[in-house]
Design a protein around this ligand. Structure first.
Ligand code: PRP
Ligand code: URA
Length: 206
């Protein structure tokens, strides 16, 4: 399933993020804020286990997250969403997937992979601001499945319908939470209207 977060704050912040005049400092701040707003909704389905707690006045039953939470930013641009995720779950572990799209074929090329080990019942959040063709996300889910991990949710800031379709076709059990489903991809497989190259805008490389 896919979910587009329909919230006035998301719409407002996305509009500033898209603006070509928004520079990398504000772009980074907005990326973090949008990540928190989208992820808050995506984390609704996390399970909890009962956990007793003593307040200064009484004992009561509380709850704690059941799973080991693992955040997987797709390099580079996924790093711009990492702080937002860690603000919500500070003790999450972080694994990295290094993937870039080949300039000519637009297909994903994996150049780095580092996942945490000794995970107990892990739940993965893959984060990448742009879900364009879907190739990078599908490659990341494939890599997790190869290791036997199945509890996975994708969080993106902007998605193309083509990318959502591709992820759903390859991995129908993986949910996608996104701030916006845009119109389409252009001939270079960039999202229209999108926001341009997320990595370059985050890190000021162009
Ligand atoms: C961008 C983006 C995604 C990918 C999305 O990365 O951050 O990872 O493209 O495209 P897809 O859905 O068609 O796979 P890019 O290849 O520009 O690498 P970078 O983050 O290192 O700049
Ligand atoms: N990667 C980006 O950074 N932007 C797009 O629109 C598509 C892929």
């Amino acid at each position: 399933m896919y979910y587009e977060i329909n919230h006035p704050l998301v719409k407002h912040k996305l509009t500033v993020l898209r603006n070509e005049s928004t520079h990398h400092k504000q772009f980074r701040e907005l990326s973090s804020e949008l990540t928190m707003l989208i992820a808050y909704d995506a984390m609704k389905k996390l399970e909890t286990v009962n956990c007793p707690v003593h307040t200064p006045l009484a004992g009561t039953m509380g709850a704690k997250l059941k799973n080991d939470i693992v955040i997987i930013p797709i390099l580079r641009a996924g790093v711009g969403m990492m702080d937002g995720m860690l603000s919500l779950i500070p003790n999450a572990r972080v694994g990295f997937m290094g993937i870039y799209r080949d300039h000519d074929t637009k297909l994903p090329v994996t150049y780095y992979e580092k996942l945490p080990s000794d995970l107990v019942d892990p739940y993965f959040f893959i984060i990448d601001p742009m879900l364009a063709t879907g190739g990078s996300i599908v490659a990341t889910i494939d890599a997790l499945h190869e290791k036997g991990f199945t509890q996975i949710t994708v969080i993106s800031i902007i998605s193309a319908p083509e990318g959502i379709k591709m992820v759903e076709e390859h991995h129908p059990n993986v949910d996608i939470y996104t701030g916006s489903i845009d119109e389409c991809l252009d001939e270079n497989k960039y999202i229209i209207p999108g926001l341009g190259d997320a990595g370059d805008r985050l890190f000021g490389t162009k």
